[in-house]
Design a protein around this ligand. Sequence first.
Ligand code: FCB
Length: 467
Amino acid sequence: MTRRDFPADFVWGAATASYQVEGAIRQDGRTPSIWDVFCDRPGAIADGSSGQVACDQYHRYRDDIALMAELGVESYRFSIAWPRIQPSPDGKVNRAGLDHYARLCDALLEAGIAPVATLYHWDLPQYLEQAGGWPNRATAERFADYAGVVAQSLGDRIDTWTTLNEPWCVAYLGYAAGEHAPGRRDHPAALAAAHHLNLAHGLAVQAIRGQLGPAARTSITLNLQVLRPATDSPEDLAAVAQLDRIGNQIWLGPLLDGRYDERLFQDTAHVSDWSFVRAGDLAQIHQPLSVLGLNYYSSSTVRHRPGAVPPTWSQARQQPWCGPWPGAETVEFLPPVGPLTAMGWNQDPAGLTELLLATHRRWPQLELMVTENGSAFEDQVAVDGTIHDPERVAYLAAHIEALGQALDAGAPVRGYFAWSLIDNFEWAHGYTKRFGLFGVDYATQARLWKDSARWYQSLIAAGATPD
Ligand code: FCB
């Protein structure tokens, strides 16, 4: 690979999320989120763990910011835990929760690191799940209220607001596949959740701008699916198109064009009548975005499932669970082609270039940011206490090169956030998967330099990929 220069104003960052790193789940008035409850469910988490302690970043944020400063990152993407801010069903604001994030932001700003705050990275207050969760429209309204509260309090400190992280995972892993909290397997509910997440985003953008004015930088982060057909047959191309609608267009359409694709309704007619979409909702959802965040890890190859016929409405109701794709019973995924990461995901950097360029072609004025990209591998700690992770270095280098190719072709990509700053609680995988630039020794909470952190450090210092 040859050396590549990046624009001087390109933002290099690192990302985490509240439940994955904070710990301190009972401190300063925080009440349970759906993840605390889900982790208690036998078998839900691979190693039986939870985010109870995680990386203890709630207490160690100053040390982690010192590490970020040494790494040289210009921005930190973190998330705010809703159950710290509004811990009780009455929605009363918990000052201590807000104060924690104010201190975190102040420490970042002192270190010259721009705070990028995600308002929802999956830790819904459990009391809202008890009231119906995301399939319940009222959750979207509650989210807007919460967004306004945080904007009012932290508005002067936040560089960019991200409303939601990966609504695909929230709706489909949480409510269709049941692999994430709250662990429900109910396809009709997952589609209602998807719409209410879109609505929550639109209402929250309005609430943030209501507090901070129209110039507030707002965004959402999507994990758009890069889908490749197994063959060029019309059936396989149709399978890709269907998954694209349920996986990608379900967000992009309302958020950026103010409409749902009619074919999405047809694909899922046996699952839901979509009566949860009310007049006026699309106008609420379709708010100007300052920047679109994209998370990218891997791609998928799909084909039509030979012999499969779409179930009738009543069959789909009786047996609603067929994985995380409502209405896509006739589509199947091919096994990923290696070398795979420890997650079992393929490595397809070209997919990142294609994703950025396809998005840019469709919305030429829209700024883009890669808000997550990274890889898990089986790390070994060397005798000197560092971690040699050549595979993660290669993954990073290849994906940053792929981003550079999208820049060359004109895509306005403003920044890149490595996932993750540190190893952390990887949802249903518990602590068994390590994505960090820094390792974490969970027994001592020591942060360990990996070669990938050194590589990223020299990239940021030079504004160019290392030779
Ligand atoms: C993304 C999540 C993030 C992390 C990475 C590996 O889907 O946003 O929290 O788990 O995957």
